[in-house]
Design a protein around this ligand. Structure first.
Ligand SMILES: Nc1ncnc2c1ncn2[C@@H]1O[C@H](COP(=O)(O)OP(=O)(O)OP(=O)(O)O)[C@@H](O)[C@H]1O
Ligand SMILES: [Mg+2]
Length: 252
């Protein structure tokens, strides 16, 4: 299962990604967690040591090394054993979790980072297409990063939304784009749901079929976010494990 988690800024993409990764890991299954947000936070959220995270070389900075080992690999980065070694060397292992960070693809300004962009997309695709293990990608906010390239190897997209008009609107845009890109399964995950009103707000905006689940607002998450070094068990947040089970069981 190759899952991309998308949605408006701050809706809970990283929280849901971490919860799904932990759910897989807890079940004893190896899982890849990929931080595709240049403004990285998935690693910290998963409880990986900050010093180790700072030392982890982002894949974007491995461009030359990987290209050197991929001579003749064509448009897609060929995941030959040498590149496998590079990926293993440049990933952090936390129990069953293999964590990788893509690194920043700078945007704006006059410089063109097209080459870096297409390299990252190619590498991500190879990871997605060649690996048998589940891969969870924590995307950056908005839609710019959801391109045909990124979407190629993804079979499921989870669009996270809060019970707010703006995030529901963005979720609608992401959903449409995902559909246009041909992503097979597109689901809405409601987050920060405090009461029936919140639940109804999200339910009214989408069809029952497309909503995979609702995640409760957890006061503890917010207060923990004010401290450093606090590690949550995100898979325990009401709603997250149910979403994981639905994905696994093919119920949706
Ligand atoms: N269910 C929840 N209950 C309470 N707080 C939550 C919940 N989900 C997320 N949060 C809090 O909301 C903030 C944003 O969450 P998160 O970082 O997961 O969102 P994001 O979509 O990844 O944000 P960004 O767009 O910046 O990457 C965090 O402080 C997080 O702890
Ligand atoms: Mg995030």
């Amino acid at each position: 299962m190759k899952i991309a988690v998308s949605g408006k800024g701050g809706v809970g993409k990283t929280t849901l990604s971490a919860g799904l990764i932990q759910s897989y890991a807890d079940s004893g299954e190896p899982v890849y967690g990929i931080d595709a947000d240049p403004d990285t936070s998935l690693g910290i959220t998963l409880g990986i040591n900050e010093d180790k995270l700072d030392e982890l070389i982002p894949l974007i900075d491995m461009k030359e090394v990987i290209e050197e080992k991929n001579k003749g690999g064509g448009v897609l980065v060929d995941l030959n054993p040498e590149i496998e070694n590079v990926l293993t060397e440049y990933s952090l292992q936390l129990g069953n979790i293999k964590f990788l960070k893509m690194g920043g693809v700078k945007q704006g300004g006059s410089a063109c980072y097209c080459k870096e962009n297409s390299f990252l997309q190619s590498l991500l695709n190879s990871l997605l297409l060649d690996k048998v293990e589940p891969v969870i990608i924590d995307m950056s906010a908005g839609i710019e990063h959801l391109t045909r390239g990124t979407a190629r190897g993804v079979d499921t997209i989870l669009v996270v939304t809060e019970p707010t008009a703006t995030s529901v609107k963005t979720a609608g845009v992401v959903k449409k784009l995902a559909y246009d890109l041909g992503i097979e399964k597109i689901f809405i995950a409601g987050n920060k749901v405090r009461n029936k009103e919140d639940r109804d707000f999200i339910s009214d905006a989408f069809s029952e079929d497309e909503i995979i689940g609702m995640i409760s607002f957890e006061e503890e998450l917010l207060s923990n976010a004010q401290k450093t070094g606090t590690v949550n068990k995100y898979s325990n947040i009401t709603g997250i494990n149910d979403i994981w089970k639905k994905l696994l069981g093919g119920e949706k």
